[in-house]
Design a protein around this ligand. Structure first.
Ligand code: PLP
Length: 498
């Protein structure tokens, strides 16, 4: 398999923007790359000391010639923004981050560096109705959405990180503390999210939560307490989230979803004070929110003063090209960015994070303190160490490669064995939508599969009443362990052929 951005080095979100000619060739693209890197270093989005991918890896990621990247690195080394040392690659120069608008001539360039040396280097639908009987009766094959391959969890690396982190932690870390979460983790996440997802994140405005599930619950309570009455949600999505918002006293406005994501043009004027979207990979239909709709949604939030909750649950897993950056950076004062370790590591960690507009951060922290005081410091310290040591990036890349291979196998197998069925939503994430012929009974297929030891889910339960879709299966190809994937695929094809 060709090595692409999805499988090389370190995740780095860089928006090169379209060129004046719409092209990506020649010195213009080099200039744009230099500007993007300079801007990231200048604003502190790339923290001093951050190691950059090798020129080869970044060139592959961005689809550029290696020389273009090498020349851009060399230029920025000469300007003092980056440092390059033989054997340790290229890094952001060690200096205080300077904030200011891009290209602000008042912002002084950094001191030139020392002589440049060497070459630059789900919950799933089941979550709401989980029963002991279901836990005991694990299916032989599982293609339900919502879970990563749990056997990919990096046990040795995690244990080593835990050992290092807990050894190094001050005694104070073992006590009652800031409900926003450990400062080490908030700082590590601010750096990672800024670098990999383009989020404008300040550690003070991050609140660590027990996954997105708790994050949504806290947010719903805070919004309700602020006087928000309605939360707009995608009409197809996790039903447990709809229930959660309702339980907090919010009314729901349902946005239809199509191939371009949620129909945000239907956001109800100033009535809805908040909207919850999955823009990077709509859950469960799989579309990315179209650029025009992203702009529309941001415009809505800015015009009405509404809050946009961006659920970026699997934003790291995009296979065909570099992930679209988070929407949050377009309006950090209106957008709440929500992330989770449930897909990248494991749901059992119960670690998620909110990057909040400054005004909301304190209220959400207070709500967390009311709910359960604070999360486990041990896991937070471990995740901070895991991110800081580069292992989180490596794990995401390893998992991305594994899931992309599976997605490719799923596509190839179904094309061969069920050529009349359409598989959509495959550009990203850990699940895809298999559209069944009109008139097929989704429930019957799910029941038949279960009798053959294969757990699958239909689209129906995800769709709010009045917004039926399908018939279709939501296939979680990330769920099975590697050794069970071939069997699960074969079982699926057998059931479809019946
Ligand atoms: C749409 C969506 N958002 C977020 C999550 C992550 O939830 P949590 O962090 O509570 O595990 C999931 C998990 O399946 C999901 O399907």
């Amino acid at each position: 398999m060709a090595k692409t951005w999805a499988t090389s080095g370190l995740d780095l979100h860089l928006d090169l923007g379209p060129g004046p000619d719409g092209g990506r060739l020649g010195h213009r693209v080099r200039a744009r790359l230099e500007a993007a890197l300079r801007d990231a270093a200048r604003t502190g989005r790339l923290a001093p000391g951050t190691r950059l991918p090798s020129s080869r890896a970044l060139a592959t990621d961005l689809g550029l010639a290696r020389n273009t990247v090498a020349e851009a690195y060399a230029q920025l080394v000469a300007e003092g923004w980056l440092t390059a040392r033989r054997g340790s690659g290229t890094a952001v120069a060690d200096r205080a981050a300077v904030t200011g608008p891009a290209g602000d001539p008042a912002v002084p360039p950094p001191r030139p560096a020392a002589a440049p040396a060497g070459a630059p280097a789900g919950p799933g639908a089941a979550a709401s109705g989980w029963t002991a009987a279901e836990s005991a009766r694990r299916p032989r094959y599982d293609l339900r959405p919502g879970s990563p391959d749990l056997s990919l969890f990096p046990r040795p690396g995690w244990l080593a990180a835990a050992r290092r982190a807990i050894n190094a932690a001050p005694s104070e870390a073992l006590g009652y503390a800031d409900p926003r979460g450990r400062p080490e983790l908030r700082a590590a996440l601010a750096g990672y999210l800024s670098r990999a997802r383009g989020v404008q994140a300040h550690p003070d405005h991050i609140v660590i939560c027990a996954g997105f599930t708790q994050a949504l619950s806290l947010l719903s309570h805070v919004l309700r307490a602020r006087g928000v009455t309605t939360l707009a949600v995608e009409a197809c999505g996790q039903s447990s989230y709809r229930e959660q918002a309702r339980a907090s006293g919010l009314d729901l406005a349902l946005l239809p979803v199509d191939g371009a994501g949620a129909a945000v043009g239907q956001l109800p004027g100033s009535l809805a004070g908040a909207v919850l979207l999955t823009p990077a990979h709509q859950f469960p239909l799989g579309a990315a929110l179209a650029p025009q709709r992203r702009t529309q949604a941001i415009g809505w939030a800015q015009d009405t003063g509404g809050v946009l909750i961006e659920d970026d649950y699997d934003g790291e897993f995009r296979y065909d090209r570099q992930p679209v950056g988070a929407m949050q950076a377009l309006a950090p004062g209106q957008v709440v960015y929500a992330g989770s370790a449930s897909k990248s590591l494991a749901p059992a960690l119960r670690l998620g994070w909110l990057v909040l507009p400054a005004g909301l951060a304190g209220e959400v922290a207070a709500a967390r303190a009311m709910a359960d005081r604070q999360g486990s410091a041990f896991d937070q310290l471990t995740l901070a160490e895991f991110i800081g040591s580069g292992q989180y990036d490596r794990q995401v890349r390893r998992a991305r490669l594994a899931y992309r291979r599976r997605r490719d196998r799923l596509v190839a197998t179904l094309r061969q064995q069920a050529p009349r069925l359409r598989l959509t939503g495959i550009a990203a994430g850990l699940h895809a939508l298999l559209e069944l012929p009109p008139g097929s009974a989704e429930d019957d297929l799910v029941a038949r599969a279960a009798r053959r030891g294969l757990a699958v889910e239909g689209l129906g339960p995800y769709c709010a009443p009045g917004h039926p879709r399908g018939p279709a299966l939501v296939l979680g190809y990330g769920t099975p362990a590697e050794h069970a994937f071939t069997g699960a695929l074969a079982r699926l094809c057998a059931v479809l052929a019946e």
